[in-house]
Design a protein around this ligand. Structure first.
Ligand code: GGG
Length: 355
């Protein structure tokens, strides 16, 4: 039986438009060959061009439109004509926070044939997942500018990180539940609780309390600076890494660079209770330096679409898509960010042929 899903496509800016279009083509080929699912696409032209016309990144009723969807496929946000904090808050964060997509899952995956700058070929069985708290912390938007500072200080800006016990607890439980589905049942908790003695200590306290409910899961607490070193020096010791909004953003970029390129990295912004649609997007941004040239790496978006198929209840099809991506990469169909000369179109054709 074919299951129909309503999917919002928000390509947004720069290479986002190219990688989302490429992904729609690959998904269409997949659904033709394996008609267990059908995707009904709803295209939204939100982003920086929309902002330049309307003075906002998405319409006021945009979230209501998205609430009628089963899932969202997102491209990338940001363009040099508008400050990044306006575009990010106006669209990506507006959707993640507005639809309470509080768990951001970012797998770090190594692929055959893709050179890693620091990991030897024989060790590439590595894979771990960064779980990013996606609703609060350093991204709570709390603060302001123009406070009166001490004399001679000039303008003062305050940016507060807000951590709630409930927000910490739900992301920790999510991380522990995820660890239970993996070969290595381990959760690494990241903080900077030696220096940030309120929010990060709450984070550590909640971690210890939640860990007590999961005696079968190994745990460790690591400061974010030490975790950055550990990513590079002992990645085989990682399975699930749970971290705040900012820390996890940085660490997941490091992980994907270790695996060869940010262009390969996928992510899922989940509302685990399924009260609102979840959003799937490559980790990379809009890459204005290569936008419009047809050379963007679509693999991060393909693998985000695989996460979307898992979420929609099609794990076999998601697996087929992942296998086809690995076949294309192993056959050296690689864009220039991973040392090849392939175009976006070449990758679409190779993955489609391998499906
Ligand atoms: N596809 C991900 C994306 O567009 N990211 C843009 C960006 O600047 N993100 C920063 C963040 O979300 O922390």
């Amino acid at each position: 039986m074919t299951k129909l899903h309503k999917i919002a496509a928000i390509p947004a800016d720069g290479v986002g438009t190219e990688v989302v279009e490429a992904t729609k083509q690959v998904l269409s080929a997949l659904q033709e060959r394996h008609p267990t699912f059908e995707l009904e696409w709803h295209d939204f032209d939100w982003g920086t061009a929309y902002y330049e016309q309307h003075g906002r990144m998405m319409p006021e009723e945009g979230l209501d439109e998205l609430r009628t969807m089963d899932a969202i496929l997102f491209g990338a946000v940001g363009w040099p004509t508008v400050p990044d904090h306006i575009t990010l808050w106006g669209l990506r964060l507006a959707v993640c926070q507005g639809l309470d997509q509080w768990a951001n899952v970012r797998p770090v995956t190594f692929h055959p044939g893709v050179p890693s700058p620091i990991v030897d070929a024989h060790e590439r069985e590595l894979d771990w997942v960064v779980v990013r708290e996606n609703s609060e912390g350093e991204y709570s938007g709390f603060g302001g500018r123009n406070f009166a500072g001490r004399e001679g200080a000039g303008e003062v800006a305050v940016q507060s990180a807000v951590f709630t016990e409930a927000g910490c607890e739900r992301i920790m439980r999510f991380a522990f539940d995820l660890a239970r589905t993996r070969d290595r049942r381990k959760v690494s908790c990241v903080t900077k609780s030696n220096a940030q003695q309120y929010g990060m200590v709450l984070w550590d306290d909640v971690f210890a309390r939640v860990a007590a409910d999961y005696p079968d899961v190994e745990t460790e607490k690591v400061l974010v600076d030490a975790m950055a070193a550990k990513f590079v020096l002992r990645p085989e010791d990682l399975s699930v890494v749970v971290a705040s909004n900012l820390h996890a953003d940085i660490l997941s970029d490091l992980g994907s660079a270790m695996a060869g390129s940010l262009g390969l990295a996928s992510s899922a912004n989940l509302n685990p209770e399924r009260r609102s649609p979840s959003m799937f997007e490559p980790v990379h941004g809009s890459a204005p330096d290569i936008a419009g040239q047809g050379v963007a790496n679509p693999v991060g978006t393909f693998l985000s679409a695989a996460l979307m198929l898992d979420h929609l209840g099609h794990p076999d099809e998601a697996g087929r898509l992942r296998e086809a991506v690995d076949k294309a990469l192993a056959a050296d169909v690689r864009t220039r960010d991973i040392g090849g000369g392939a175009t976006t179109r070449d990758v679409v054709e190779a993955v489609t042929a391998a499906l």
